[in-house]
Ligand binder design. Structure first.
Ligand SMILES: Cc1cc2nc3c(=O)[nH]c(=O)nc-3n(C[C@H](O)[C@H](O)[C@H](O)COP(=O)(O)OP(=O)(O)OC[C@H]3O[C@@H](n4cnc5c(N)ncnc54)[C@H](O)[C@@H]3O)c2cc1C
Length: 357
């Protein structure tokens, strides 16, 4: 029997999860289809939202809008699901030299401290990290447990009868002016949140979506006391229940990967990093890998197909999926349901003309 939905969302990584919840919160009927592989990019993620990055300690793109939206969204979702996966924490970065410290002081005093963010020179208070230069802290930084978030939301959708575990069969999709039909499902629109796999989707093959491979190690170290996220060349992030003494070390950047398999080079780089930073024993207990979906201009892809207006896209979240998703899911919802305009900077159409002969 034919089922009628407002939207069908393809993909349940962070993009599809946040988009589905945004639309459902607005009272819309949403079906989510995901092939339910044991791993996707979002499950591989360390789940950080860090508003200040780079050597110049600059606020990230749209940080003032993204971060309040992310906090509001994830805390609300925690309430809906009745579980904890979000926390506000501190990030500590050691200076690499006295010169770096002096530069920071100049920049920090020039920018001042924002109302919602505090960054200042500080000394390390961890036990187990080798003595370093002093450093600087950023607070708040958000940390999300991606496994708890994604698995709980999938269970929630399944309970509500809104989740199908299957790979979308693109040949079974009928795209019409007034909607889409897929097997026994019909909807006003279908929105693709397929991450890097969108490159295999014929409707989006014209987009220059690339991949950056990211890898991490899980370590166990009972003597390491880390009251914050430590960032040097890589991150060391307290992970899971504190009594388990586990940490994630990551993440690497592998440009133009030819597969999604873990590599010996990344393993070695992360292991050597951990050895160079820690003065307490540790044991590697796991590892993970994912392909970040990227765009040449480092802006996400949020909008509609230029020829098929019943097909949408939420992709290109790159290295910052967890901070970008709530704000841009709301923008896509407002565009779809309230006809508010979308930011041209994120509209996939920006790449359309490049592809035409
Ligand atoms: C090691 C690592 C660490 C990272 N750390 C951070 C971090 O700290 N903070 C941060 O913000 N970002 C981080 N990122 C980046 C972040 O993970 C990505 O921005 C984000 O996961 C992209 O999410 P997505 O939903 O677009 O894609 P994905 O997570 O890949 O989800 C796509 C989903 O769609 C499904 N799918 C695809 N095609 C189909 C189909 N045809 N039919 C059915 N299902 C389909 C897939 O199975 C998958 O479940 C990290 C990435 C990596 C690899």
């Amino acid at each position: 029997m034919q089922q009628f939905w407002d939207y069908i969302i393809v993909g349940q990584g962070i993009a599809g999860t946040v988009l589905a919840h945004t639309f459902r919160q607005a009272g819309l009927k949403v079906m989510v289809i995901d092939e339910a592989q044991p791993c996707n990019c979002s499950l591989a993620a360390v789940g950080l939202c860090n508003p200040i990055t780079g050597r110049r300690h600059a606020l990230t793109w749209k940080a003032e809008e993204l971060f309040p939206a992310a906090k509001f969204f994830y805390q609300n979702l925690e309430k809906t699901l009745g579980i904890k996966f979000f926390k506000e924490t501190t990030l500590f970065r050691p200076f690499h030299s006295i010169q770096a410290q002096n530069e920071f002081m100049t920049q920090a005093s020039r920018k001042g401290t924002d109302e919602w963010i505090d960054y200042q020179a500080d000394t390390a208070t961890s036990q187990g990290i080798k003595p370093n230069f002093s450093g600087w802290t950023v607070r708040p930084v958000f940390q999300l447990d991606s496994e708890i978030l994604l698995h709980s939301y999938r269970a929630h959708l399944t309970n509500e009868g809104c989740f199908r575990a299957e790979k979308l069969d693109i040949d079974a999709l009928e795209v019409r002016q007034d909607g889409v039909m897929y097997k026994e499902l019909s909807a006003k629109k279908m929105i693709f949140c397929e991450g890097f796999k969108a490159t295999q989707n014929p409707y989006w093959a014209w987009l220059p979506i690339g991949a950056v491979k990211g890898e991490w190690l899980a370590i166990h170290s009972p003597e390491l006391q880390l009251p914050y996220i430590y960032k040097n060349q890589f991150f060391i992030v307290p992970w899971g229940d504190a009594t388990q003494h586990t940490f994630r070390v990551g993440s690497t950047y592998g440009w133009q990967p030819t597969d999604d398999l873990p590599t010996a080079e990344a393993y070695e780089a992360l292991l050597q990093f951990a050895k160079s930073q820690l003065e307490v024993p540790f044991e590697v207990i796991g590892r993970g890998v994912g392909l970040r979906p990227t765009t040449p201009d480092r802006r996400p892809l949020v909008g509609w197909h230029p020829q098929f207006q019943t097909l949408g896209l939420f992709n290109g979240l790159g290295t910052k999926g967890f901070s970008l998703a709530p704000y841009f899911a709301n923008k896509l919802y407002e565009n779809a349901e309230k006809k508010r305009s979308l930011d041209v900077e994120v509209d996939p159409v920006r790449f359309w003309n490049h592809q035409q002969p």
